[in-house]
Design a protein around this ligand. Sequence first.
Ligand code: HEM
Length: 232
Amino acid sequence: MAIITEQMYPIFLILAEIFGLLSVILVGLLFDGRVYKDTYDWPNNPFTYHPLMMTLGLVFCYGNAILLYRTFRTVPKLFVKIGHALFLILSLVLGIFGFIAIIRSKNLGKRPHFMTYHSWLGLATLILFVFQWICGFVCFLFPQMSLEIRKTYMPSHRLWGKVIFMSAVIAVLTGLSEYGMGSSFFTPNDVERKRRLIMDFFCVFTSLFALVVIYLLSNPEYQRPPEEHAED
Ligand code: HEM
């Protein structure tokens, strides 16, 4: 039974990648010239970059980064650790780009900051992410703490990794709902039909991606076997 479950990992992983890529493509289409008049425009409308950068960075790259230990179970742990840290840096850089985009957009429109639940959750997610990255780097990579400290900290690192991923997913979904309401996509007209569909399916695929990632992380069968040399 355990072998069958183990063999299912690549299938679930491919499913997750398909859902994740569809989610990124759909959010990217929201400000594509073929779909909407307001296209990507950093100088005049930096908001256009906010949803794409956040989804690509904090959901797609982050989700893949946290699966890395399970995806590359047979690769030496040090390489996977470095890959995990690098993927997370990429995810953070994209997230910071998305954050600058929304701050610039609000400053340009002279609108007040941090007035909604989405903005509080988004900010909390970014702060927790930076904090988790620093703690993980110091504890596991450089200067690296003692084996005892690493073992004690590991369960919290795992838990907070999942919490941050889920709060990024909720931030994406609440952000999209907020944006959708502001743009009157939920009124019964057909003008924005194409974009409304894109938004709805974007939410569906983002949720499915999150669901598969959380399933793969929660199933102990997919966990990396303990190292022979625990000092690694
Ligand atoms: C992990 C994903 C996300 C994070 C961390 C995040 C973070 C933030 C933050 C911190 C703000 C507040 C900026 C301020 O008040 O100055 C904000 C605003 C905003 N975001 Fe996001 N965001 C995410 C995804 C999205 C997505 C996918 C959309 C969809 C269109 C979106 C739409 C908005 C809108 C409309 C605002 C302005 C309204 C407000 O003040 O809340 N966000 N976001």
